[in-house]
Design a protein around this ligand. Structure first.
Ligand code: NCC
Length: 276
């Protein structure tokens, strides 16, 4: 596999990864039942045009980072799954514009998902691992986790909160680019929420700063900044091709290595600012 230059790679990401949310016109969702649950406005309409954006990984290395103020200075902040802000503002900030959650959380942790106030802030997006390049109907028949009922339930109790379903085609378009740019064979598992969130923000924002996706000098085996649990696989990857994702992000980073080392910070252009 021939490695592309950072510029070529950015163009590939811009042109081949289609970031869209499920809409009422899409395949099996074009029923009156789904019409009433899916948000009326598109994600673009809901967020408007965003300038500087931050993506906050959930890594343990955010602990004692004091990055909170810097993170909150962005126009929009994306967080993942159950990553809290309460009690951790000093390190991760308090602003949440978008929260990207996986379908496992929405189903397996349904009770918490439906009741914890953490999820009531900002825009929610849920994604589910789909079979490789599966057509949307096929995925709908056998999602990895059947989160659809839980989604509808949440929508009924929080009708005013925008809550989108990520179109599953994106994950494999992105995975193909990861594979093409890696020398090793990658297991065909979808990218992590982290990598998906980075590309979502690149479509919405002029500039994206990613925190502690590429670990800083604070790198630790502690999985999350909000838990004591230790597992190196959280940072290196087991199911998700996390190491390959991180190599790719390192390759397209427009910031300095110093920024990575001290702040775990990567700077990426929004696709609007990528000229091919
Ligand atoms: O842990 P998780 O990820 O919620 O983390 C969000 C994203 O942050 C980046 N990360 C996290 C920890 C770390 N030490 N280094 C990192 O770089 C990754 O990019 C990660 O995607 C997920 O991707 O959805 C994941 O979700 C958890 C779990 O399902 C949720 O937290 C909900 O409880 C998965 N863990 C388990 O299933 C046990 C994790 O594998 C992937």
């Amino acid at each position: 596999a021939a490695k592309l230059s950072p510029e070529e790679l950015l163009c590939q990401l811009r042109d081949r990864v289609n970031v869209t949310m499920i809409e009422g016109m899409d395949g099996p969702f074009d029923t009156s039942e789904w019409q009433q649950h899916l948000p009326g406005k598109s994600l673009n309409e809901t967020v408007g045009r965003l300038g500087r954006c931050a993506v906050v990984s959930s890594a343990g290395s955010l602990k004692s980072s004091h990055l909170g103020q810097e993170i909150d200075s962005h126009d929009a902040v994306l967080r993942f799954n159950g990553a809290p802000v309460k009690g951790f503002q000093e390190d991760v900030g308090q602003k949440t514009t978008i929260r990207l959650v996986n379908s496992q959380l929405v189903t397996v942790e349904e009770q918490q998902f439906l009741t914890e106030s953490l999820y009531n802030t900002g825009i929610l997006i849920v994604w589910d691992p789909a079979p490789y390049h599966a057509e949307i109907h096929e995925w709908y028949r056998k999602p990895d986790y059947n989160f659809f009922e839980s989604y509808k339930l949440y929508r009924s109790t929080h009708p005013e909160q925008p809550f989108y379903i990520l179109n599953p085609k994106m994950q494999w378009q992105l995975w193909d680019i990861l594979q093409e740019n890696s020398l090793e064979h990658i297991q065909p598992n979808p990218p992590s929420s982290g990598m998906l969130g980075i590309v979502i923000m690149m479509t919405l924002c002029d500039e994206v700063h990613v925190y502690e996706f590429l670990p800083s000098k604070r790198q630790t085996d502690i999985c999350h900044y909000y838990q004591k649990f230790q597992d190196r696989a959280c940072t290196m990857g087991a199911y998700h091709p996390l190491l390959f994702e991180k190599n790719l992000v390192k390759h397209i980073n427009q910031g300095t290595d110093e920024d990575i080392y001290t702040h775990g910070k990567v700077t990426l252009p929004g696709f609007r600012n990528v000229h091919c």
